[in-house]
Ligand binder design. Structure first.
Ligand SMILES: NS(=O)(=O)N[C@@H](Cc1ccccc1)C(=O)O
Ligand SMILES: [Ca+2]
Ligand SMILES: [Zn+2]
Length: 324
């Protein structure tokens, strides 16, 4: 479990309890389903939020994923914040009500539960990042989920081929159990040939950044990314950064990565895709393990920015004045 001084963080069982409570309190707005099972057998929880949640309505869909990286526990708290705020606010907050009436929101609050539990199981943090899947021919455990997505996998020096590296890309795209199953979940949202999810945020810590694709190349435009596509990503990224004070940039401005979720969501599925690197801005402010007394402030900080993404999900190109 978490160290006693950080008891406000949710371990996997406590997260499950929160999900079950939210669904029990709001059965017309929240539906618990599953994106599959982790390597060690934990449920990859998926929660759908929408008015008339039992019905698959013709409404734009949005995807939020959390905790690809095990030690980035504040991202699970971000999911808890969204689950509670978006349901409790329905009927009282005008903007939340409007968005739940016209959108279908998928929250996957922990896509690497094995890694998260491993990081805290001794009561002292292990700085674990990867999943807990063994690697054939090596004693080193784990794949970096955010280098295992199958668009331009391993193309460009943005990941490692060494199983002991913390950025190990796996043996092939989607070789990681959790990546394969979340990718299947997303592919499952293609209805009559059209991907219903139009926008996504993958939550990480830390550095206070909003990142958009591509990560595999320094170029703004590249195959599958026109100038309009790029400008739309950038303008929506900048709008969201206005709301939370993070720094907006193309992810390759940080460093080149290959096999990231953002590149796959955009290039393979046509989903406008972002990474939020949450608080803190630096190692000196707590790095991957900020104290639990910042959870309330640093999750609420993203309230307006997240609602902006949900708002624009009907047609992200609106933000550059295009219909497309
Ligand atoms: N959370 S982090 O410290 O691992 N940083 C992320 C940053 C990142 C996220 C998405 C695309 C490119 C880069 C990473 O996957 O390296
Ligand atoms: Ca609905
Ligand atoms: Zn991360």
């Amino acid at each position: 479990d978490f160290p006693p001084e950080d008891s406000d963080y949710h371990n996997y069982d406590e997260l499950t309890d929160v999900v079950d409570q939210v669904v029990a309190d709001h059965p017309d707005l929240a539906l618990k389903t599953s994106a599959g099972t982790s390597h060690e057998g934990r449920d990859l929880i998926a929660v759908k939020l929408s008015a008339n949640v039992e019905t698959d309505e013709a409404e734009p869909e949005v995807l939020f994923t959390h905790s690809q990286h095990a030690r980035e526990h504040l991202t699970v708290e971000m999911a808890v914040y969204l689950l509670e705020t978006l349901t409790d606010g329905y009927g009282s907050d005008a903007r939340i009500t409007e968005l739940l009436d016209g959108r279908e929101i998928w929250i996957l609050p922990n896509v690497n539960p094995d890694g998260s539990e491993y990081d805290i199981e001794t009561g002292s943090y292990r700085s674990w990042r990867k999943n807990r899947q063994p690697n054939e021919g090596s004693s080193a455990i784990g794949t970096d989920l955010n280098r295992n997505w199958a668009y331009n996998w391993g193309c460009c020096g943005g990941s490692s081929g060494d199983p002991s590296s913390i950025t190990y890309r796996g043996s092939a795209g989607e070789s990681a159990t959790e990546v394969n199953q979340v990718a299947d979940f997303v592919r499952g949202r293609v209805v009559d040939g059209e991907q219903q999810i139009t926008a996504a945020i993958d939550f990480h810590t830390y550095s206070e950044l909003i990142l958009w694709p591509y990560g595999y190349t320094y170029g703004d435009v590249a195959p599958g990314m026109t100038q309009d596509d790029y400008d739309t990503h950038a303008e929506l990224g900048r709008l969201m950064a206005d709301g939370n004070g993070y720094t907006p940039q193309q992810s390759s401005d940080l460093y080149i990565t290959d096999g990231s979720i953002n590149d796959w969501l955009w290039a393979d599925q046509g989903i406008f895709s972002y990474t939020y690197e949450m608080y803190p801005g630096s190692e000196s402010e707590g790095g991957f393990y900020p104290p639990d007394d910042v959870i309330g402030r640093e999750t609420e900080r993203n309230h307006d920015s997240v609602l902006d993404l949900i708002d624009y999900a009907d047609c992200p190109y609106r933000i550059i004045g295009e219909e497309q």
